[in-house]
Write a new protein. Structure first.
Length: 90
């Protein structure tokens, strides 16, 4: 939705499950999914829309209620996945 609206900043609330925060693993999975969803690799797509090749304008994504350890782990995982995705694509 942030991509469609061309937002520069966005925030998402990490939900509670049964009155308790989500486990670190679930938070990490959600954060990694969000990071990967905002970083499509369109460099080698034939007939790709030139607009799709531009970097998304979203500069910051605030996850309200996220565990700091989950955010750190998600950032590391997403960077590794994106690097691997880029190497494989090249």
């Amino acid at each position: 939705m942030a991509k469609d609206q061309k937002a520069k900043a966005a925030a998402a609330l990490v939900p509670m499950l049964g009155g308790k925060p989500l486990s670190t693993e679930l938070q990490t999975a959600g954060l990694v999914g969000a990071m990967l969803g905002l970083s499509p690799d369109m460099r080698y797509k034939s007939g790709a829309d030139p607009e799709a090749l531009k970097k998304p304008p979203l500069a910051s994504l605030e996850m309200v209620g996220a565990d700091a350890a989950a955010a750190l782990k998600a950032t590391s995982l997403a960077q590794g996945i994106l690097m691997t995705r880029g190497l494989v694509g090249s």
